[in-house]
Design a binder for this molecule. Structure first.
Ligand code: SF4
Length: 659
């Protein structure tokens, strides 16, 4: 790999190099090679060495060059002169100096901080990656505002994964899956999470004979290529999944009993109150031991045969295993009833449930790296779009995932694979709760809360996060709360800072979101080009475009599980930003310096980023993005892993192993 010259402003004639970097035009972060000739980016190719995308890019990634050389991109700070905001309004942009713009924001921040820090809100979008999020989160926490949120992606699907596996995401195991049922998802068709790898996995799996069934109101590109497209009324996927569960559990009696007994709370006894029966002293959930005909703690070494069905009288009350309650519940969704709800024929539901249950090959095993594992080559899958984005999306996603749970196709070859339960160095990121349930051990500032989520409480945030115990990123509530429930917010929002997120166009109703933004007294936006959200801003700061940025690590959750590799990539700049354009981190650090937050932010970053002793930030110094990035590289991989190492080598990757 060619080393990147330290300056791209004066490059030698005849230069022709490829710079390893990362596309972040969506949340995926595919590896790219930026082809630069005489200081000009001429092409973007996929990086074949990157285990996330193996050299493949989508059309958007390939066109990233257009954003870099967009003649209309922002190059100076802009102030609105027309107070009226909204469609058809000319903001009357007027150029202002960086000094004037920075000081105006700092002055407002000082006033808000002295009055009520909650009146400042940050919205950080999905394309503003790791270091901006880390610094933004440290800024928000140091400022003492609870209003720091990240992008809307992975909403309900993420919560479903947390609830079921302790992972932030799950994927079909394309390597071994033989039957994939997609609910309103375009998995494997250049869409959603792990885009390019999934597309390759889908193509290979189809060639090997994997059957794909798609439930979707539309004949999407994925549905049009599926073995079977089953149209249904929008938002009825949950009923369909419950009906498939009913057929499996009540009509066919197909379930992976060993998996359900050993790895789920299916045997836990539940009473009329909906709570577990607990041991009087230890408080542990109890299960019914069929052999000894008595209740025992779920982890009692003497537990011989936990019951999955039945009714048990204990201390004058009737208790049932959780799985039995689920079985009774799904009994309310016989195919004939669900046909009237969804339009999916009852015969189709029965046929598909049987096919799913039989294809699961319950009892089959295979060896992976010499480790014997169950083989369950079926996967029922919903994404963070489509079926889980309707009302009660978490429960729709849970019903869809429960199909996998019933046949044991969770985190085993062929099934639904969690993507972040193991961290770098093969360390488990999940822990066990006192109830024997999975707890997620990772996360990041401003990120995911642990299972079982929070208890609802009086709102503290503008997005009313506290009212939604299982909601992860309640961005849609931003507009709703400001317009319809302002009385629930115990203060008046005064300043909103937005970066990397076009909230107007990424929500359900652009018109309503614009109306909501009109109620915010002062909006600051950071971006490289104008969009519908920036058009609503009062002050704009121009930021570096993706091909000009240095960021590390770009992988989500500090190392994306690709199935076979761990890896860490850096987004390396191919060209320098034009004069008057800065990195978002440098803007945050400048504000922090001006309002006296640097010592606390630096201290938080030392902890958040896990800086080694030699790389720790000093309290009073303002560090640049480049300095922070390099310290993080060195902290993670040693002193020799600086920016030039990544320029030369592209990424750190190593094979994962079960052994
Ligand atoms: S899928 Fe990959 S190439 Fe396409 S926009 Fe996202 S990160 Fe870029």
């Amino acid at each position: 790999m060619d080393a990147l010259p330290t300056s791209t402003r004066s490059v030698p004639s005849g230069e022709d190099i490829r710079i390893p970097s990362v596309c972040k035009m969506c949340g995926n972060g595919c590896g790219i090679l930026i082809h630069r000739v005489n200081g000009v980016v001429v092409k973007i190719d996929g990086n074949p060495d990157n285990p996330h995308n193996f050299g493949k890019l989508c059309a958007k990634g390939l066109s990233g060059i257009m954003a870099l050389y967009d003649p209309n991109r922002l190059r100076s700070c802009l102030r609105r002169t027309n107070p009226r905001k909204g469609p058809g309004q000319d903001p009357g942009w007027k150029e202002v100096s960086w000094e004037e713009a920075l000081e105006e924001v700092a002055t407002r921040m000082r006033k808000i901080k002295a009055d009520d820090p909650r009146k400042l809100m940050f919205v950080n979008g999905i394309t503003e990656i790791e270091m901006s999020r880390q610094v933004g989160a440290a800024f928000g926490e140091s400022f003492r505002t609870p209003n720091y949120t990240t992008g809307v992606s992975f909403g309900t699907h993420t919560r479903v994964s947390f609830l079921n596996t302790g992972s932030m995401h799950s994927e079909p195991d394309f390597d071994y899956c033989r039957l994939l049922i997609l609910f309103g998802s375009q998995k494997g068709s250049i869409s959603g999470h792990d885009t390019m790898k999934s597309a390759m996995g889908m193509a290979d799996a189809r060639e090997r004979g994997m059957k794909v069934v798609v439930f979707d109101p539309l004949c999407t590109p994925t549905a049009s290529k599926a073995d079977e497209w089953i149209p249904l009324i929008p938002g009825t996927d949950g009923a369909v999944a419950l009906s498939l569960l009913h057929v499996l559990l009540n009509e066919l009696g197909i379930m992976d009993r060993i998996f359900l007994k050993q790895q789920t709370n299916g045997p836990y006894l539940v009473g009329p109150s909906g709570h577990y029966l607990r041991h009087a002293k230890s408080g542990k959930p109890l299960v019914w031991d069929v052999t000894d005909r008595m209740a025992k703690a779920y982890d009692d070494p003497g537990l011989a045969e936990p019951a999955l069905t039945g009714e048990f009288e204990i201390d004058g009350q009737t208790w049932r295993p959780a799985l039995d309650l689920l079985r009774l519940h799904v009994g309310k969704f016989p195919p004939e009833r669900v046909e009237t709800i969804s339009t999916v024929p009852a015969d189709t539901l029965r046929r598909l449930a049987r096919e799913f249950g039989e294809s699961a090959q319950i009892g089959a095993t295979m060896s992976v790296d010499g480790v014997p594992m169950p083989l369950r080559p079926v996967c029922s899958f919903a994404d963070s779009r489509g079926s889980t984005c309707h009302t009660q999306g978490v429960w729709t996603g849970t019903a869809i995932q429960l199909l996998n749970v019933m046949v044991g196709s969770v985190d085993v070859p062929g099934g639904s694979i969690s993507t972040s339960i193991v961290g770098p160095g093969e360390k488990l990121r999940v822990t066990e709760s006192p109830d024997g349930m999975i707890l997620f051990g990772g996360g990041r500032p401003g990120g995911e809360a642990q299972y079982p989520g929070q208890r609802p409480r009086a709102p503290e945030t503008v997005e009313l996060h506290e009212l939604f115990p299982v909601g992860k990123q309640p961005r849609p509530m931003l507009g709703l709360a400001l317009l319809d429930y302002p009385e629930l917010i115990p203060y008046q929002l005064e300043m909103l800072i937005i970066l990397g997120s076009n909230v107007v166009m990424s929500g359900a109703d652009p018109r309503r979101m614009v109306e909501a933004l009109q109620r915010v007294p002062f909006i600051v936006a950071l971006g490289d080009r104008l969009d519908e959200t920036l058009e609503c801003a009062d002050l704009i700061f121009p930021t570096a475009q993706g091909l000009e940025r240095l960021d590390f690590p770009v992988n989500r959750l500090e190392g994306w599980v690709t199935g076979r590799h761990w890896y860490f990539t850096a987004r390396l700049p191919a060209v320098e930003p034009p004069p008057g354009v800065r990195h978002t981190v440098d803007i945050f650090m400048e504000w922090a310096d001006r309002i006296g937050l640097l010592p606390e932010i630096n201290q938080r970053l030392n902890a958040q980023l896990g800086f080694s002793e030699s790389q720790r930030l000093e309290a009073d110094r303002r560090y640049s993005n480049t300095e922070i990035v390099e310290r993080r590289m060195r902290s993670m991989f040693g002193a020799d892993h600086d920016i030039s190492w990544f320029q030369k080598n592209g990424l750190v990757a190593w094979e994962r192993s079960l052994a």
